[in-house]
Write a protein that binds this ligand. Sequence first.
Ligand code: PMP
Length: 413
Amino acid sequence: MTDLFDKCKGDGGYFGSLRVRGDRYFNQPVLEGTPGPRMKFGGKEVVMWAINNYIGLCDNPEVRRTAVESVTEYGTFTPMGSRMLTGNTEKHIELERRLAAFLRKPASILFNYGYLGVVGTIAAVVGPEDQILMDKLAHASIVDGTILASAGRRFRPFKHNDLNSLESQLKAANRDRKGGLLIVTEGVYGMRGDLADLPGICDLKERYGARLLIDDAHGFGVMGAGGRGTGEHFGVQERIDLYFGTFAKAFAAIGGVTAGESAPIEYIRYNARTNVFAKSLPMIYVDALTTSLDIIESRPELRERMWTIARRLQNGLVELGFDIGDTASPITPVYVPAGDENVAMQMIRMLREEHGVFVSGVTYPVVPRGTVMFRMIPTASHTEEDVDITLNAFRAMRDTMKIDTAARPTVVA
Ligand code: PMP
């Protein structure tokens, strides 16, 4: 007889070989210090490139002060209960109003985690007769939202950012159409850093009578002249039906928001199980987010600074021969030649131990099988010196390890 837990003893499951080794180096490394460009790892200072602190709000003193004042007044627990029962306050309502205005939408709804926001939004608006068209590289929360939606059995993946593939799926969906259609893509693809072709996707969704949800976790507060995201970047924000952003990245907090027309947002409020059956966002975050939003709205120079650092890092890596793919955002993937995990581990170890440069490796299931990359996040808090130390480290690592930068990864789907 097989015991349920037998599988837990072997090396199956996600990152199984690291789990059985009890690895705390490549997986769950223990970091010390305030999240930012300099942290401690293994007792030594490192230049940190693995944190989504895009515009440097992690160590912002105004946000910190607001949070301290808030926790003094409200503790960690206020308000108690779901928004639907005892967890609603004027401050939650006001933050939703401000976020909606910022995102140029009539209404918005807060969620406690971005993950819960994406899952809840999809599962709320998609019913049994509806169909979901999803980019093949969509984030796990989009996949899980689709599974949770009763329409999970009717989802149609399209090739990454491929308008022909999307159009043929739209045509197929229309042939046996009984309900509505929802297209879901990321705005900035969180691992590759490339952008969804939003103008083309908007044209198609209008031609075929579909609705569009953009998970802009990595574009929110980052892309566009005003930090409103990838929709603003392309000038199509008003054509996006549901815009989602997380607070866990540029906003340096926790939670997420979905913005759109009032009727769908109110419907989501009453039908997203991740809103109805979960405690509401604690006041400490509601207050801190109000200050973060003030900064994002009033200090575009933070985004300009982030781009300066991003360009210096990306140009430098390309000059050294490294493959950074087709990123069009600060996200800087460095593809490991030939997609070799063992080489990647040696590279990571050398960067950390000999050069004090901390990068994280990314493998399946975060990216498709066969792809191995470092995912680097340049931020407004990094200095030119941080970039130069890092580029020197990459050069030395390339030469010492005799890395053949011309060997392309096997899969970059
Ligand atoms: N969507 C995307 C594209 C993401 O990258 C993430 C975070 N990794 C999420 C959703 C989930 O957001 P959160 O971390 O706020 O739960």
